[in-house]
Design a protein around this ligand. Structure first.
Ligand SMILES: *[C@@H]1O[C@H](CO)[C@@H](O)[C@H](O)[C@H]1NC(C)=O
Ligand SMILES: *[C@@H]1O[C@H](CO)[C@@H](O)[C@H](O)[C@H]1NC(C)=O
Ligand SMILES: [Ca+2]
Length: 401
């Protein structure tokens, strides 16, 4: 099962994240009244003898680190260091080198070391070949994370480099399993020269720019701190543009999601099947390239964090990892890997996505039994569902079984 953290909490930074991932299951056992909206799909409101009544809510899986559930592919195939064995040196000191060799356990740096659990003080990392291998061609690498399904980003993507941060890179997304790609964000030490774009910070975005693709020099420009090794795609700064001022804990998620329903462009921007990190130019520490010591130019990444959740159309509160795939555990009589259709026998009205509105419970839009309409007397709520969904009522529908 996918470890989860409660949706209502702000996503914590490293290293608290690792701890919370473990605590997630325990925390979500808190009393029902403390649960944030959308974290459950169905609760018993009362039961007597053989009659149970349920209240349905729209729901979604909790945020988790999706990077751990992705297939990771590095391009070109031979760009990981160590085949043949080679020396990789420090940018600051070309005589401080370490051997990389794929055939030696302690000396190899395969891609999965970007998503393993980091133990304090002992970083494990993926490492590329050095520029020595490809010079005078550029040193480039694509790292692709594939989920084989739609997922949505909920918090900042954070890439932690072991090397200095690259001088140019692009973060891209695909919604069609890698057939087409669109940029999410450009990063360079000089945006104008590298990409022909004005440099901008996510902080400076206006609410009409919520899905604007920017180029930032914040992480690789000359003023970027040499000691800090992370590169971020600022998701929260964007959702915050829609949410307005920060809400008290426990209500953090509700308002932005309500507004996201009304902003399909942002939902589209944050929904993807694949995420790609395109490394275009390693850090060189300036414009001078030391051709005698090309082993000091390379990429190394110790951790990639992709906080998000399965896209389940607001019909599942859980997403499980099974046989290498993430799948929604569909509720509301829906079916399919992303709950995008009604179960057989429950199709008396057209399938609909759940909705975050009206606040705070949303609308479950459950699939109804095939005979629901003809048994209108038994299903008095069928028509009132429609009404309630458009009123400010909080209960969606009480189903009597
Ligand atoms: C990375 O992907 C882009 C876009 O598909 C492609 O043009 C480029 O050749 C790839 N780079 C490498 C180093 O494989
Ligand atoms: C943007 O993100 C940064 C870092 O997460 C945060 O300090 C800042 O307050 C955010 N800005 C807005 C406008 O939300
Ligand atoms: Ca690692």
């Amino acid at each position: 099962m996918v470890p989860t953290v409660p949706t209502g909490l702000a996503w914590p930074d490293e290293p608290l994240r690792r701890v919370l991932l473990l605590l997630g299951a325990a925390l979500s056992l808190g009393s029902a009244s403390q649960l944030p909206p959308y974290s459950r799909c169905k609760v018993t409101v009362h039961s007597s003898d053989d009659v149970a009544a349920w209240e349905y809510h729209s729901c979604q899986p909790q945020t988790t680190d999706l990077a751990r559930y992705a297939r990771i592919h590095v391009d070109p195939m031979d760009i990981t260091c160590g085949k043949p064995p080679e020396n990789i040196c420090a940018l600051e000191n070309p005589y401080l080198c370490a051997e990389c060799d794929v055939s030696m356990l302690g000396l190899s740096h395969p891609p999965h070391l970007m998503v393993d659990a980091e133990v304090p003080d002992t970083s494990t990392f993926w490492q590329s070949a050095s520029w020595h291998r490809t010079h005078p061609e550029p040193l480039r690498a694509n790292i692709t994370f594939s989920w084989g399904r739609e997922v949505e980003l909920t918090h900042d993507v954070v890439i932690t480099f072991q090397s200095r941060r690259p001088a140019a890179l692009v973060l891209e997304r695909s919604r069609d399993h890698g057939r087409s790609w669109r940029p999410l964000q450009f990063y360079a030490d000089d945006c104008l020269e590298e990409f022909g774009m004005e440099q901008r910070r996510a902080l400076d975005l206006l609410s009409e720019d919520v899905t604007k693709v920017i180029c930032t020099e914040e992480y690789s420009g000359s003023f970027a701190s040499k000691g800090i090794r992370t590169v971020r795609m600022e998701i929260q700064n964007r959702t915050a543009l829609l949410a307005g001022p920060r809400l008290p804990p426990g209500r953090v998620s509700a308002s932005p999601y309500g507004r996201m329903t009304a902003n399909p462009a942002l939902r589209d921007f944050l929904t993807l099947t694949d995420l790609r990190l395109s490394l275009l130019r390693p850090a060189t520490g300036g414009t001078f390239i030391d051709k005698e010591n090309l082993q000091k130019y390379h990429y190394a990444i110790s951790d990639v964090l992709v906080p998000g959740r399965c896209q389940c159309n607001l019909h599942a509160s859980e997403c499980v990892f099974n046989a290498g795939r993430l799948a929604c555990v569909c509720q509301h009589r829906t079916a399919g890997p992303d709950c995008s259709k009604c179960q057989r026998g429950f199709r008396s009205r057209r399938w609909r996505q759940g909705s975050y509105l009206p606040y705070p419970m949303g609308s479950a839009n459950v699939c109804l039994p095939n005979n629901a309409i003809s048994h209108a007397a038994l299903w008095p709520s069928v028509s009132s569902v429609e009404n309630k969904e458009h009123s400010s009522g909080t209960q969606v529908l009480n189903f009597i079984f």
